[in-house]
Write a protein that binds this ligand. Structure first.
Ligand SMILES: Cc1cc2nc3c(=O)[nH]c(=O)nc-3n(C[C@H](O)[C@H](O)[C@H](O)COP(=O)(O)O)c2cc1C
Length: 296
């Protein structure tokens, strides 16, 4: 729903990503259609893959058309979010329910939230404890051969987003996931969840390099990127910082945020003796963020 943050929403963010050679993962819940986002990538001629984030319907078959659309449009991976069988208890959202202004709708799943602008969204309804039944259905759907099902219906890579425990990382490998994203949904789901940087080392140790380990959550400085890579992440993703850039100055604002992160990362690398990203390791970390390491 990035148009709520500013400018042309997902179009601006994808333009910035494609121009900078960065990958982008588009949410199922975007206001801009997955086709329009991909056409921005194609117009710019970026070779960096875009990925599509999938929220499963409780009946798996209902997700097939969306999966097929994403694949036909050129998305290279499905990012299956596994931490949201129901929404977390978002107190702020209870106080001011999220309502899309008239005219805006979720383009990929065709829900016209604008129509009933005096009513909270179904997301708000999902927060209701009574939707535990829905949560159970989704959990069953995810646990019930979902990876096999998705493989049957698509050739896209499959990445599981929302892994926070080594045991789950091992299950992801066992079931054939191509990569995992260590994520706590930006702290928006379980309010007692640990930070992702805390969860990362144990997960990296369990995975042992068999699949890429990606991290998101709380990356605000280039030194956060550095810390995550030093602790074994293959790369990181950012959520809110891109939205702040978007709110500040559209596509250019997003580029500014990424440029700041890149400068900060380069400086942290130089000051800790890492010539290239492959030199970032625990030893280089000792020279820069030892204090932080002791807190992890
Ligand atoms: C406003 C907002 C909307 C989000 N929507 C989704 C979503 O639709 N699907 C999803 O998998 N994660 C969603 N997330 C979580 C992000 O994908 C990501 O895990 C998180 O924002 C990373 O943390 P950061 O914002 O600190 O970088 C959302 C986060 C925010 C802040």
């Amino acid at each position: 729903m990035q148009r709520l943050a500013g400018g042309d929403g997902e179009t601006d963010v994808s333009r910035a990503a494609a121009s900078m050679g960065l990958s982008l993962t588009l949410s199922s819940n975007s206001i801009t259609s997955l086709e329009d986002v991909m056409s921005v990538n194609q117009q710019i001629g970026s070779r960096t893959p875009f990925w599509f984030q999938l929220y499963l319907a409780s009946k798996l078959e209902l997700s097939i058309p969306l999966i097929k659309r994403a694949e036909a449009t050129g998305y290279k991976a499905l990012v299956l979010t596994v931490d949201t069988p129901m929404l977390g208890n978002r107190i702020n959202d209870r106080q001011s329910p999220l309502i899309l202004p008239p005219g805006l709708q979720l383009a990929n799943i065709g829900k016209d939230y604008g129509k009933k602008s005096d009513k909270p969204t179904s997301n708000r309804t999902l927060m209701d404890a009574r939707s535990a039944r829905h949560a159970r259905e989704i959990r069953r759907a995810i646990g019930d051969g979902t990876i096999g099902f998705l493989r049957e219906h698509s050739k896209m890579k499959l990445i599981l987003k929302g892994v926070m425990a080594p045991e789950d990382a091992l299950l992801a490998i066992e079931y054939g996931a191509d990569a995992i994203i260590v994520s706590n949904h930006g702290g928006r789901q379980l309010d007692c969840a640990p930070s992702t940087i805390q969860a990362l080392p144990e997960i990296v140790a369990a995975v042992k390099g068999r699949i890429p380990v990606i991290l998101d959550g709380g990356v605000r400085r280039g030194s956060d990127v550095f810390t995550a890579m030093a602790l074994g992440a293959d790369f990181v993703m950012v959520g809110r910082p891109a939205l702040w850039g978007l709110a500040h100055n559209g596509s250019e604002g997003v580029e500014t945020v990424i440029n700041i992160l890149e400068r900060e990362l380069s400086r942290t690398m130089s000051l800790s003796g890492a010539v290239g990203v492959h030199d970032i390791c625990r030893a280089s970390m000792r020279r820069s963020v030892e204090g932080r390491l002791s807190k992890i």
